[in-house]
Design a protein around this ligand. Structure first.
Ligand code: GAL
Length: 417
């Protein structure tokens, strides 16, 4: 017994020495994201795969907690501007990537990597332009998430005798029915980004696909009566929600649905990852889903991608990490746990649960629009200030004022120019 303990200790020491010598030789790669805690499960699986493929190279996980990157983006800014970039960092495909670190010339062009890995034909042809500008490709997409999803527990809806509403008007009627049956907060909403996240589903469901696209191409003004109506509806939807939004994380808002304290929640499908990977619920049994009201046939997407900043300390290892992250194997290890689908076209859907399989089907057949909250359609400057507009609206409920403030932000950010 004693002997085996000693043997084990010797082995552990050997492993630690090997690990630290790898670190001492600089064989490490720093991975910077906001996937910590519950959100880290999928990333951990990716780290494990990388460390198997590159023995002796350690992944240093520098996740900064705070959903949707609230805190990570600020830390990243300090590090990038302070000359201390992480090796690979999370950034949403679309305007968030292009409007920040690409315009300021801080990223490496990954076109050679896309060519050497044969990726130019492996990702959807409409996704690559969202990673590209100024003749370069600036990040590697690891997934595709859906923003416009409404979550519920099928048995609870049955108990209340309601179904997932197909329009926001129907949602408001269902909300009254549920209140009449004693459920005071039919909808659970978390604070911060989740309030904007709900807004984008209300806007898409109210304006339709064309209307949503027109808002961000400048064809439809935020002050148009149709766009003002989005705020009116959003206010009524919020009347069906909990008043303690600000103090809830998105996971806690999901928990309320799971526990039957609310009937519905609108959140991206990382909620499916949380419910299946962390809470171990079965899709279609422990949780159900539907496109958020008024958005059937449209897939509002976002994509987490990773770029390589100029001056990365472990450049070779970072490139190797990106190779794993963009590979079929890497994506099929990460995404089934994350609730997202692979960004690649050739992923093996038998590795995914029925929720993700249905999302993959919709991704292929639906109309596709970009998320605002998660960086696709507008630059980060717009998003940050839009958060303030939402907060002001939540407290004051002035639709005309919110519409005018948003149009001013759009003008400033050059949306539609
Ligand atoms: C999004 C991100 C998702 C998930 C979510 C909640 O911005 O794209 O992968 O992390 O935030 O934190």
């Amino acid at each position: 017994m004693k002997k085996s303990v000693l043997k084990h200790a010797a082995l552990m020491t050997a492993i630690l020495v090997a690990g630290s010598s790898a670190l001492a030789q600089g064989k490490k790669v720093e991975f910077f994201s906001w996937w910590s805690g519950d959100e880290g499960v999928a990333a951990n699986a990716l780290f494990k795969l990388f460390e198997q493929k590159y023995p002796g190279v350690k992944v240093v996980n520098s996740a900064v907690a705070g959903a949707a990157g609230t805190n990570a983006k600020a830390v990243l800014k300090t590090r990038m501007l302070g000359g201390d970039p992480p090796d690979a960092f999370q950034v949403h495909a679309g305007q968030e990537l292009i409007g920040t670190w690409v315009v300021s010339n801080r990223m490496e062009d990954l076109t050679p990597l896309f060519k050497s890995e044969g990726w130019l034909t492996k990702f959807p042809k409409d996704l690559i332009p969202l990673l590209s500008s100024k003749g370069g490709i600036w990040s590697v997409p690891v997934n595709v998430h859906r923003s416009n999803v409404m979550w519920f527990v099928p048995a609870n809806l049955k108990k209340y005798g309601v179904t997932a509403p197909k329009t926001w008007d129907e949602f408001l009627t269902t909300c009254q029915t549920l209140k009449g049956k004693g459920l005071q907060t039919p909808l659970s909403v978390a604070g911060g980004f989740a309030e904007q996240h709900l807004w984008e589903s209300v806007a898409l469901g109210t304006l339709g696909t064309q209307g949503w696209n027109d808002l961000f191409s400048g064809k439809l003004k935020f002050t148009d009566p149709r766009a003002v109506k989005v705020w009116d509806t959003y206010g009524k939807v919020l009347d069906c929600a909990n008043k303690d939004m600000a103090s809830l994380t998105w996971q806690q808002a999901t928990d309320r649905v799971v526990k039957g304290q609310a009937a519905f929640n609108v959140m991206g499908d990382w909620a499916a990852g949380y419910m299946s990977s962390t809470l171990k619920l079965k899709p279609n049994v422990g949780f159900g889903w539907a496109p958020s009201p008024g958005t059937a046939g449209t897939f509002m997407f976002l994509s987490d991608s990773f770029g390589l900043p100029k001056g990365a300390k472990d450049r070779t290892e970072a490139l190797n990490f990106l190779k794993v992250l963009g590979s079929k194997q890497g994506q099929d290890v990460f995404n089934p746990l994350k609730g997202s689908i692979a960004a690649r076209l050739d992923s093996d859907l038998s590795k995914y649960n029925v929720y993700s399989q249905s999302a993959a089907k919709d991704w292929k057949s639906n109309k596709i629009v970009g998320s605002l909250t998660h960086g696709v359609v507008a630059p980060e400057s717009f998003m940050n200030d839009f958060g303030t507009v939402i907060d002001t609206f939540v407290n004051g409920r002035n639709a005309q004022a919110a519409a005018a403030q948003t149009q001013a932000l759009a003008d400033q950010a050059g949306i539609g120019k």
